[in-house]
Unconditional design. Structure first.
Length: 256
């Protein structure tokens, strides 16, 4: 994926860049942060007007249902204490999150309904994302709970791409990460979902190709619609019921 060079003071641990002759930069995923955990990475290390976002505070991934014990131990060693599971009730019952009954972790169960629906095409996918970003009864409690956590958190859904991607992008947006970098972080998830997509196609053989298409214009298009609808950050925060206290707590959490 060719992009302009991101403004990293140093590269976040999940990615590396390869320069081309035309001064474009190609982003690739490194190895998973936790080898048995799909799409696992630390989202810190981005430069913003408030400083550089801290590493070791917010992590993201796909489902934890098949995680190895060694990686659970590694998560605990990284002081990850709070797990946010955004999957549907059915998925949670079918594949139990192993942190649910693990005393080392606090398990938080949330659900974003619009993120459960598989898209028919690109426009339909944009509409799904707009619904997720506008779901104040579902998104805002998640953000408030994250703000209250004292140590590191890990946020996951099934693939670690859509529902998790919305929450992560909002955390980064609140922290002042530029949209280009938010988009690059979002697009990294598409490098590690091949196995998930193969399994999904068994149940949904007509799965739209947009589900796993690396479209670098998709998230900016979503943000453009949100911008036209809400005009300002403050207007969006008011609509979502996010207080200044919560906004500041989420910023403090992401900076040293």
């Amino acid at each position: 994926m060719s992009v302009e060079k991101p403004r990293f003071q140093s590269l976040p641990p999940a990615i590396y860049l390869v320069a081309s002759k035309k001064n474009q930069y190609y982003i690739f995923m490194k190895n998973r942060l936790f080898p048995s955990l799909m799409n696992s990475r630390d989202i810190g290390g981005y430069i913003t007007p408030f400083g550089q976002t801290q590493r070791g505070v917010i992590y993201r991934s796909g489902s934890l249902s098949n995680i190895h014990e060694t990686d659970l131990n590694e998560m605990s060693g990284k002081h990850i204490t709070d797990i946010f599971d955004l999957r549907s009730k059915r998925a949670k019952e079918r594949e139990i999150d192993p942190t649910l009954n693990d005393p080392r972790f606090h398990y938080h169960s949330f659900f974003i309904e619009a993120g459960e629906r598989l898209p028919l095409d690109r426009d339909d996918n944009i509409a799904n994302y707009i619904k997720m970003y506008s779901s104040k009864d579902e998104i805002t409690p998640i953000l408030k709970e994250i703000a209250s956590c004292k140590k590191a958190v890990l946020i996951h859904c099934s693939a670690g791409k859509d529902r998790t991607g919305v929450v992560i992008s909002l955390l980064q947006f609140i922290a002042g990460v530029p949209l280009k970098e938010i988009n690059q972080e979002y697009l990294l998830s598409f490098f590690d979902i091949d196995d998930h997509v193969r399994k999904l196609k068994i149940s949904y053989p007509d799965l739209s190709p947009v589900y796993d298409e690396r479209d670098d214009s998709f998230l900016p298009a979503v943000f453009e619609i949100l911008k036209s609808r809400f005009q300002t950050e403050e207007s969006y925060y008011r609509f979502m019921g996010l207080s200044e206290e919560t906004i500041q707590a989420l910023r403090r959490k992401q900076f040293k």
